[in-house]
Design a protein around this ligand. Sequence first.
Ligand code: GAP
Length: 483
Amino acid sequence: MAATPDNMMDKLVSLCKRRGFIFQSSEIYGGINSCYDYGPMGIELKKNIRELWWKSMVYERDDVEGLDASILMHPKVWEASGHVEGFTDPMVDCRETKNRYREDQLMVYTPKSGEGLMYAFPEGNPDYIARKLKKAKVDISQYELHCLTEIDTAEYSRIVGPDTTTPGTLTEPRLFNLMFKTFMGPVESDANIVYLRPETAQGIYVNFHNVREASRQKLPFGIAQIGKAFRNEITPGNYIFRTREFEQMEMQYFVKPGSDEEFFEYWKAERLKWYDRLGICKEHLQFHQHGENELAHYAKAAFDIQYKFPFGWSEIEGIHNRTDFDLQRHEEFSKKNLKYFDQESGEKYIPFVVETSTGVDRLLLTTLSDAYTEEEERVVLRFNPTVAPMKAAVFPLVKKDGMPEIAQNITAGLRNKFRVFYDESGAVGRRYRRQDEIGTPYCFTVDSQTLEDGTVTVRERDSMAQERISKDKVMEYLEERVV
Ligand code: GAP
């Protein structure tokens, strides 16, 4: 059956498990909700995505430095950043099913007449409610759509929750802090509470002067970091899209106040260009500007880059104008001077920050979704070769006449630079299919002609076109095509 938006995720999840990209965490114990492990192919893909980001952020620029701050930080950091007070989501519970929803992610069909039952469903899933309304013999044209946030709690008794047929089971919204807490040291008291960082950005702000002094950077300049972040999400889901443990790639660009809007536009354009390098189809990307109600507590302006997933358009990256909010607050809470002395103008000021923030796991899902292609006889992951987990495969056509030795020799040479798979088992057609399913861009086959003239067959993944090249040119061939 061909992939449709409905079954595409199921197919992808199944391929990811079968071919070693992603496994459910603790599977032998029945799994743990929203936690995943990356298998042999998954970690390669992840590493390549990270490297492409790091290359464009740090290696190819003079004005961005790297950092790796610790996950556990002084608890005051999170008071200063506003996360202790403000990093909350309003949630509603269903008393009957015990399911929990984010208030701002529940949509409600309300009768135009103003009387009668209302029907709630999770955002992004209108088919779900259409089926439910049909079953309840309700005429959808007589209803209007609202977000639950717009409905007065006095009206909740009329709402039928997403997973029930009884009205009035939803509780009033309550605020829920998304930070994971733990204790530092053996004593479990309030004085010893520490948080697992919910974003990597704060590690950058508290090191602003350390990095600036050590690297002798002047404004404008940025600090980039890749690392794990943790959020006790109320509604994790869509496979690895929203999880409670994930990895972020964040860059904070410090600028002179007043130039922030110009750099905000600059980074929007830069980041969109980067997705082209990742190999993501342009038509599957769009910007979404945050409205007043969506803005995070630190942001003056924010744009998301959204990707068209099988489950709908969803955020993969946030670009934020964080103003001087964070540094200002850290100056206030730490009582340390975090101002920048501008040697040109002689002024002292707290820099403004333009942030670009994306998630490695989310980009892995983006890359997989965008690459997944079904053809008549095969499934292919059409990765950009730069991020493909395996860059090439080498096969001897048969296991005799010295072919395995030549193929192993070629493999050993390529392994000095590339991740390469050697495979001598089964029919060659099946070996090609196995490589297609993990997105290997090139396969080299040693056959009887190799023994005569020293050439091998190269088969290109997407076109399946074949050509012959000298076995001594295999490395050069790959170097030209895989950067
Ligand atoms: N420092 C700013 C910040 O953290 P955000 O919009 O909350 O901003 C940025 O997150 C990116 O981090 C998102 O675009 C997404 O790629 C990733 N991300 C956030 N929460 C996530 C989650 N629960 N699971 C996976 N990735 C997540």
